[in-house]
Design a protein around this ligand. Sequence first.
Ligand code: HPA
Length: 245
Amino acid sequence: MLAIIGGSGLTQFAHLGVSRREVVRTPYGEPSGAITFGELRGQSVAFLARHGYGHTIPPHEINYRANLWALRECGARGIIAVASVGSIRPDLKPGDIVIPHQIIDYTWGRKSTFHEGTDCTVTHIDFTEPYDRDLRARLIAAAAAVGVDASDSGVYAATQGPRLESAAEINRYERDGADLVGMTGMPEAALARELDLPYAAINVVANLAAGRGDSSEGISFEAIQAVLEVSMGQVRAIIEHMVAG
Ligand code: HPA
């Protein structure tokens, strides 16, 4: 069963014939909300709203460990993570969809491993390719099949938030090789790998990153929401096609 973690703009999955919701407790605390189970094109899927169903949990306070643990506990064997991002790469414009292939982690202070405490063995997961190859390929193929012109690669910079970045920070991330910036990609991807859960992301460009647009206007979260509404329809179409295939 695939699980979808929905971000800003995707707090529910409209076409999911919802069969039940389950509140799951984990050794790591409470997930962001109940897990919703349903069917997409005859296939079972699970859905979890990363920021909570009322969008009340900010990126740095999300219990990423509980979310992934709960999804695996409920039978998820792969994760599609949907998240909005700011664009650093000049050819990526608001509304564009990207299947990223790499991550740079700038977050700090988050609970980023299941392997901690004195009675845990030291564990170093391989993270050379942070996203699952097969899931990425399936997403890219599904996007093509439904006629969405998604970018098939991108380096995702995970920032701490909840504030947006300064223009100089964005310039630094670009020098580092980042194409996209978001606040929730880590430690989510690494925790999935620790649990051996194949994980891939689908990013929607909500805005040009700080200092990249008309800087007199700043970044408006209202404008971001409007862009997301349209693109999340495409994201749903991609995921539905992928699940069915
Ligand atoms: N920066 C960080 N996270 C984001 C942005 C951004 O510009 N847009 C959407 N999520």
